[in-house]
Design a binder for this molecule. Structure first.
Ligand code: SAM
Length: 258
């Protein structure tokens, strides 16, 4: 990774360790919960087309931020006050993000992603579609939550189709872990909603084991008819649409912050 790709003012890693700077969550929170271990490969760089580069340079300064130690002033960034705010972690190319935001105009949506070409694609949809309730942060969602989001400030957190890391030796890289649920819960307001979806059967089993592990999150299952926010992802995958693969099941999870 290029040294300019990542902010340098974050917690130092112990000497000898390689890779991006990362919070030692167990030491910070004094717990022994599990937190995702990010592999190097997760920090994808990717290249943009000339058009994307031009659009990115023009609009990122207003609509995007890079991971930093500055807590986001949400009202100032969205230019309105008192609106509900949802953070989506791992927005990819922003397909669901851009499809959902126009249906929840009252809500501020912050899409967090490591992958710059994905953010550039979402930025393109936002600018061309005149969508004014999406902002973006580039960085590891765990660090963004930790450093840039005020505790008990969010109405919702979404994680749609997180990387499944199918090999057993990579399971510790999965973003949904006991520590993640604890960190997410700390950023949600009372009554806030956590929504997770996966299409990977083994990951679904993994999440099933964790649904009640965080005491401050009440597991609501799926569907939750009275959920106070939009839960329809709006995007029909090729599997859902055509019933192509009988083995392919999408599992969704909802929790409410107590
Ligand atoms: C399988 S894709 C799903 C993308 C999108 N949510 C969708 O449903 O199409 C998972 C995405 O999560 C991103 N990602 C993985 N770990 C992340 C992290 N720690 N913080 C932010 N994004 C992450 C990856 O770069 C990738 O784009």
């Amino acid at each position: 990774m290029n040294s300019t790709d990542y902010p340098q003012n974050l917690t130092e890693r112990p000497s000898g360790e390689k890779g991006p700077l990362q919070t030692d969550f167990n030491a910070t929170f004094g717990n022994d919960l599990d937190y995702p271990r990010l592999g190097q490969v997760t920090f994808r760089r990717g290249t943009l087309t000339e058009n994307q580069e031009a659009l990115f340079n023009e609009h990122w300064p207003q609509l995007g931020k890079d991971l930093s130690n500055s807590v986001i002033d949400i009202d100032a960034w969205f230019g309105r006050s008192g609106h509900p705010t949802i953070v989506e972690i791992g927005s990819g190319t922003g397909t669901s993000t851009a499809a959902m935001a126009p249906l929840e105009k009252d809500t501020n949506v912050i899409a967090v992603e490591l992958y710059k070409p994905g953010l550039a694609k979402l930025l393109g949809q936002v600018v061309r579609g005149g969508i004014d309730n999406i902002r973006m942060v580039r960085g590891d969602g765990m660090e963004v939550m930790m450093r840039m989001i005020q505790p008990e400030s969010l109405d919702g957190i979404r994680v749609f189709f997180p990387d499944p890391w199918p090999k057993a030796r990579h399971h510790k890289r999965r973003i949904i872990q006991s520590g993640t649920l604890n960190l997410f819960a700390s950023r949600l307001k009372k009554g806030g909603v956590l929504h997770v979806a996966t299409d990977h059967a083994d990951y679904a089993e993994w999440i099933n084991e964790l649904v009640t592990v965080e005491p401050s999150l009440e597991y609501k299952g799926w569907p939750w008819t009275d959920c106070p926010q939009l839960t329809n992802r709006q995007v029909i995958t090729k599997f859902e649409g055509k019933g192509l693969d009988k083995e392919h099941v999408i599992t969704e999870y909802l929790w409410e912050k107590k």
